[in-house]
Design a protein around this ligand. Structure first.
Ligand SMILES: NC(=O)C1=CN([C@@H]2O[C@H](COP(=O)(O)OP(=O)(O)OC[C@H]3O[C@@H](n4cnc5c(N)ncnc54)[C@H](O)[C@@H]3O)[C@@H](O)[C@H]2O)C=CC1
Ligand SMILES: Cc1ncc(C(=O)O)c(C(=O)O)c1O
Length: 305
């Protein structure tokens, strides 16, 4: 049995814990915040309900995840530690450094970073060969892909072990061949996000209609026909013709838009604070999560056929 420790129980941590436990791993989890630790078990239980709806085999039996109040206790005896703290380079380097001092020489240190190059995260660790990117997608218990990313010093054995481990979770490992910022998934997502925010900011479309356009247009289509296959479906001549006047007009700003900077500056971070691009009551947050999970389960079922 693989013993896994999850560090950070925010948006990503609890669904991850449910997925790992479900696959038969012994899971312990830690968050620096007592509130987050207190809220973790109900969130893990909600994720488990979704895994039931997905028909995921339960290899975990009676072994419930342990939520602990010290990092040392959490990672003691772990074969795999998944770092899942906020996306700040210094914080991640510090947390990995602390974990490194607490684990055995064979423990794999994985990071769920959204796109910080793994080469930067392994620089301050005693055995950099065991550090690897394990990038889940939100909600982590529903979206089946996990990007596996080697840094410059990651060993081939760690990469093979991670690919096998991800497969054992009933997830789809996607091996990223170069340690580029954002890996693959977020390079694509952030190209879309930059253009989407720019269109709303410029008043070309309102936020709600933008979502309708993307979800029922390219979102729906790309789930079935990936971008490379879509080129062939549309015709490369069409892409050549449209790209030759459109590419130069697309948003190419290097900073993050003022609209987002203003909102984050005010603490409007989205569902976790009750307001972001849209507003939410606590009840609506719960209802939206459940409704979206139900739809994602149905779509995944349909796509798997
Ligand atoms: N939110 C998303 O859609 C996705 C996020 N990620 C990445 O996953 C990581 C975590 O993201 P979220 O869960 O969204 O963040 P979050 O802010 O919701 O949760 C982070 C948690 O880490 C805890 N924490 C902070 N410092 C800590 C420390 N020293 N030790 C233990 N716990 C600590 C916080 O209390 C918080 O509960 C980030 O690197 C993020 O970029 C990856 C995929 C998707
Ligand atoms: C806005 C945003 N940023 C990062 C990620 C990620 O995959 O790291 C996600 C996600 O959906 O998983 C995201 O929505």
């Amino acid at each position: 049995m693989i013993r896994t420790a999850v560090i950070g129980l925010g948006t990503m941590g609890t669904g991850m814990v449910a997925t790992l436990a479900r696959a038969g791993m012994a899971v312990s989890a830690y968050d620096v915040s007592a509130d987050q630790r207190a809220n973790a078990l109900p969130a893990i239980s909600a994720a488990n309900q979704v895994l039931n709806a997905l028909g995921m085999p339960d290899k975990g039996g009676d072994v419930a995840p342990r939520i602990v109040d010290s990092l040392a206790d959490c990672v003691a005896d772990a074969d795999l530690v998944i770092e899942n703290v906020p996306e700040k380079l210094d914080l991640k380097v510090e947390v990995l450094h602390q974990i490194d001092a607490l684990v055995s020489g064979s423990c794999v240190l994985a990071s769920d970073t959204s796109g910080i190059p793994i080469t930067k995260l392994q620089a301050d660790v005693s055995a950099p060969g065991r550090v690897i990117g394990m990038h889940w997608s939100n909600p982590p218990h529903i979206i089946p892909i996990i990007e596996v990313v080697a840094g410059a010093q990651t060993s081939p054995e760690t990469v093979s072990w991670m690919v096998e481990t991800v497969t054992g979770l009933n997830m789809l490992p996607v091996l990223v061949k170069k340690d580029v910022p954002g890996f693959v998934e977020n390079r694509i997502l952030y190209a879309i996000m930059r253009e989407a925010v720019d269109l709303v900011e410029k008043g070309v479309i309102d936020a709600e209609s933008l979502d309708t356009c993307v979800s029922w247009g390219i979102g729906y289509k790309l789930a079935v026909v990936g971008p490379m296959a879509l080129l062939d479906m549309a015709g490369l001549d069409i892409y050549q013709a449209v790209g030759s006047y459109l590419n130069e007009d697309l948003c190419a700003r290097k900073d993050v838009s003022a609209l987002i900077a203003e909102k984050t500056g005010r603490g409007d971070l989205g569902m976790k604070t009750g307001g972001g691009m849209f507003d939410y009551t606590p009840e609506q947050v719960g209802e939206l999560r459940a409704a979206r999970a139900k739809k994602l389960v149905a779509v995944r079922r349909a796509l798997e056929t």
